[in-house]
Design a protein around this ligand. Structure first.
Ligand SMILES: [Zn+2]
Length: 295
């Protein structure tokens, strides 16, 4: 084979590999290659006796089974398909009705199908601030299913022999973060307060980088051995402690940089985070600077 022919063959093979890879990955948003991983509601999984998790279709959903009915935490992205699939999975483990829904914060991937549960007879319980923000955030104001019952800070639901607690420990991912705790199972739903990727602070909706660790301090006072993030796999107590340390490190490095004279524009370049595995954007540093400058 001459050199040029050989090169052509190599290029053809390379091109076919690229084409195969693209088909396997599938186009974003679904289509012939199928939806991207995490977009559709996945199979229900048992976490602990009477506690199940369903990933995909938005944020993680938890289901607590009691003798009198079910308690659901977070209702995924809006859409009939998500709700129907969610109920299909829930019904595969229990035929009892969903009596209560709790939301961990107002973002669309956590409250998306609330209304469907309300229509089916459930009460949606959430922080007052969550209801207010859901009604005002441009991303959620048109999603039906505002909470039907609200509380100011802490709530204890006793139902069917089970106890579920909801606690607001301050501002972090949003201004309406709610930690949902199952004391008998030693499980706490920490939602987007713990992430696998770089944390996101929704400053426009009451979020706070400076107060973030305060919420985790509240969580760490609870007796738990499993923490469920908004996305991804369950975490251990040690994972939560390590995450708290990382977040505190970012804030203290930023605070030190400002004390050393960093301006708002310079802050991003003065705070090291590569050793933490996190990569914040310029807007984050701008808001963090504002928060720290106010202190
Ligand atoms: Zn969120």
């Amino acid at each position: 084979m001459r050199r040029k022919e050989f090169l052509n063959v190599v290029l053809m093979i390379a091109a076919s590999f690229v084409a195969t890879a693209l088909v396997a990955q599938g186009p974003p948003g679904g289509g012939r290659g199928g939806p991207k991983a995490g977009q559709t509601v996945e199979k229900i999984r048992l976490l602990k006796p009477n506690l199940y998790m369903i990933t995909g279709g938005g944020a993680n959903t938890l289901i607590r089974v009691t003798s009198e009915g079910l308690i659901v935490v977070d209702t995924k992205n809006p859409g009939d398909e998500n709700y129907n699939r969610l109920m299909e999975e829930i019904k595969s483990v229990s035929n009892l009705p969903v009596k209560y829904v709790l939301n961990t914060h107002h973002h669309p991937d956590h409250v998306g199908t609330n209304q469907k549960f309300i229509d089916a007879g459930a009460k949606v319980i959430a922080l007052e601030a969550l209801k207010t923000r859901m009604a005002s955030d441009p991303r959620t104001k048109d999603i039906p299913g505002l909470p039907t019952e609200t509380f100011a800070k802490d709530y204890v639901l006793k139902f069917g022999g089970a106890e579920v607690q909801a606690h607001s420990y301050g501002r972090g991912h949003t201004g309406d973060d709610t930690m949902v705790y199952f004391p008998d199972l030693k499980v706490v739903m920490v939602s987007d307060q713990i992430t696998d990727a770089t944390p996101i602070v929704d400053f426009a909706n009451g979020g706070s980088a400076v107060e973030w660790t305060q919420i985790l301090d509240g969580v760490l006072k609870l007796d738990f051995d499993m923490a469920i993030p908004g996305r991804g796999e369950p975490k251990s107590r040690a994972d939560v402690e390590a995450y708290r340390t990382k977040f505190a490190t970012v804030v203290s490095r930023a605070s030190d940089a400002i004390k050393a004279g960093a301006t708002k524009d310079q802050l991003a370049s003065q705070v090291k985070t590569d050793d933490l595995g996190w990569q914040f954007n310029a807007a984050f540093y701008g808001s963090l600077y504002d928060e720290l400058a106010k202190k």
